[in-house]
Design a binder for this molecule. Sequence first.
Ligand code: NAD
Length: 363
Amino acid sequence: MPHAYHNPVSIHSGRGSLERLPSILAGRRVAVVTFPEARELGLVERLEKLLPGSLVEVIDDVRPNPDVAHLSALYDRFWQSPDACDAIVAVGGGSAIDTAKALMVGTASGRFDELVDLLSAGKSFEPANVKPLIAVPTTAGTGSEVTPWATIWDSARQKKYSLHLQATWPEAAIVDPELMLSVPAGITVSTGLDALSHALESVWNVNANPVSDTFAISAVQDIFECLPALVKDLRSIELRERMAMAALKAGLAFSNTKTALAHSISYEMTLRYGLPHGIACSFTLPIVLEKAWARSPDRDRTLQRLFGPDLRAGALRLRDFLQGLGVKTEFADYGVADAEATAMIARAMDGARGRNFIGAVSA
Ligand code: NAD
């Protein structure tokens, strides 16, 4: 069967690649969107030195899991002066990059309410104004630097919106592992497992293709090898670099396939049980691997390259891997009773992401 793969983001990677930023921007005036600790870490100062005269604004009030309630004020303030900058540079984890993706899309009114209405309608739309985005991840996890998606949470309404337009592909990604050296152990684990989840979800996916598989398999192998070692040696630039590349490859894989069942389950676990994204989308991976088995000979072959001939034994090893990183792997561990877990999986199968799962058709 013929396949297509498309990703328009130009990627700059490797130690010290942040230094490429001025040449990528070529004199454009930028607003930097970043996380609050970026100042203490010296990142803001470094950007100010790197971009003399062209850094016009630093928005460092990014909160984890960008929520409608908080984004609204940031957005309305940003679009009050639509000509203040020519582009946005997001420097941070997925929350900073997704916040920047929400900001980059200008509505006709310049008001966030209008964006939420458009997202609620669930249809694609042409933004009235767009600021190009350069994404600089400082965690090795979300892959948001090479995807067009942003997750916008609405905790008050217990909902989430997915923003994805042609316009929200970043123009460029700068993946510099030196920026990740300061990530603490817990966030190193949860973001690394987010990347693992992206890679596996793109394999047990109805949209998988040989190109996405190539990225995904390599990402999974690197994460299995590096993540436990990195947690014991957080200052290792070699391991940080391999994890940064693994998260990037996982991002390139799911940028074309989208995610699947584990992510579909995760949204409810984050909204209702407050689980951090990386844990919410990875603790079910062994359960989903067992469900993926024997659905498609082609998918079984790819999964067997990762987990060996016996996928049930592979699911046990995956459970051990997660538990070795301190992750609890049962719904009950998070206060979800068996009947509720079964109902949650059924709801997740019916969700847009759940329907990408190879098991969904015959589940
Ligand atoms: P995050 O961006 O929320 O960051 C987690 C914490 O790490 C924050 O407190 C932040 O301040 C800190 N941090 C970030 N970089 C650091 C560094 N270099 N040193 C020290 N501390 C640092 O976490 P995340 O897991 O990267 O992103 C999660 C968000 O990304 C969620 O909102 C999720 O929905 C979204 N997401 C988006 C996509 C996508 O394709 N758009 C994919 C997966 C997840």
